[in-house]
Design a protein around this ligand. Sequence first.
Ligand SMILES: Cc1cc2nc3c(=O)[nH]c(=O)nc-3n(C[C@H](O)[C@H](O)[C@H](O)COP(=O)(O)OP(=O)(O)OC[C@H]3O[C@@H](n4cnc5c(N)ncnc54)[C@H](O)[C@@H]3O)c2cc1C
Length: 113
Amino acid sequence: MGDGTRVTALNYISRATGEEKQLVLAGIFVQIGLLPNSDFLKNSGVALSPRGEIEVNAKGETSLVGVFAAGDVTTVPYKQIIIAMGEGSKASLSAFDHLIRTPIPSAKIAVLA
Ligand SMILES: Cc1cc2nc3c(=O)[nH]c(=O)nc-3n(C[C@H](O)[C@H](O)[C@H](O)COP(=O)(O)OP(=O)(O)OC[C@H]3O[C@@H](n4cnc5c(N)ncnc54)[C@H](O)[C@@H]3O)c2cc1C
């Protein structure tokens, strides 16, 4: 909520009770980036964690053969740039490794960043 020039309050719904509440305050710090954008994978065969992160193993493999994932959208701990970069490299190498061992050239593969 605001008065046209500054923030005056925050309206929210309590997770515990579902009740709508208002907190009067003078400012807010917004923390973003905690919600994985993985809705499109629901019912795809790619397993998601209870938080909606794509479950990956140490090679970036998902539960669906030929599908690899990396970065913040996965279950990898510590969501940081350098980790996402390394995980992306790892998933790419795993995808390459998968392809050279896959006899059918048209096998489906997706690297999700
Ligand atoms: C506010 C904030 C501050 C941060 N500060 C730091 C910091 O100081 N140092 C640090 O190391 N890390 C920091 N991070 C974390 C860092 O930004 C992430 O760890 C990193 O960007 C993860 O890279 P990623 O490629 O996995 O995901 P992202 O950078 O989120 O990239 C995912 C991309 O996929 C796109 N996308 C999403 N859904 C779809 C779709 N369905 N189809 C096509 N494209 C799609 C998105 O638009 C986006 O471009 C910060 C994050 C936030 C939110």
